[in-house]
Design a protein around this ligand. Structure first.
Ligand SMILES: [Zn+2]
Ligand SMILES: [Zn+2]
Length: 183
């Protein structure tokens, strides 16, 4: 869904939709499971910088919710993650700030994004919002045993004979290192 400034100038646009997996490109970081619901309103805000200098910003306010799969930080098994977040964002035309780069940026403006060619893609915004809301580190369970650093089996589901090795994790790290160095 694209918001065109010329259309938003006439009236704000309310949206309420469900995006199927793939419509928002999340790259390798997360996989969308089922619909991604997004609802809110897009409108134009005019910044009066001078008598003949009016900048048309797009304000996008709304929320999204959906379920995503991200790899466990230890065993890389997919973990289902329901996510929900509100957003209230301002997008300025990309060209508006190029000649005014020296203008001081006040704290609330640090949240400002930019749009190109008079239109803003909802999918691009959602992509960023979903990725921002992902936890830094996700575990499938708090005590996930992870992968064996030597043979690579998932130690949650299988025991391996490597377990007889030194239990000090520093030695395991060294063991993993030497096996990688070997030609
Ligand atoms: Zn895990
Ligand atoms: Zn092993």
């Amino acid at each position: 869904m694209e918001f065109k400034v010329s259309e938003l100038e006439r009236e704000p646009i309310d949206f309420d939709l469900s995006l199927t997996p793939g419509e928002v490109d999340l790259g390798e970081e997360a996989k969308q499971v089922g619909g991604l619901a997004a609802a809110g309103r897009a409108e134009v805000l005019h910044e009066h910088r001078g008598p003949r200098d009016i900048v048309a910003d797009i304000r996008l306010k709304g929320s999204f919710s959906g379920t995503f799969e991200v790899p466990c930080a230890r065993c890389v098994e997919p973990v289902k993650l329901p996510l929900q977040a509100d957003f209230d964002l301002i997008f300025r035309p990309a060209e508006a700030d190029t000649e005014a780069a020296e203008r001081s940026i006040t704290a609330p403006e640090t949240e400002i994004g930019y749009y190109l060619n008079d239109s803003l893609s909802l999918e691009d915004v959602l992509r960023e919002q979903v990725l921002l809301s992902l936890p830094v580190r996700t575990l499938c369970k708090p005590d996930c045993k992870g992968l064996c650093p030597r043979c690579g089996v998932n130690r949650n589901s299988q025991a391996c004979s490597c377990d007889v090795g030194p239990s000090d994790p520093r030695w395991q790290a060294l063991a993993g290192l030497s096996s990688r160095i070997k030609p």
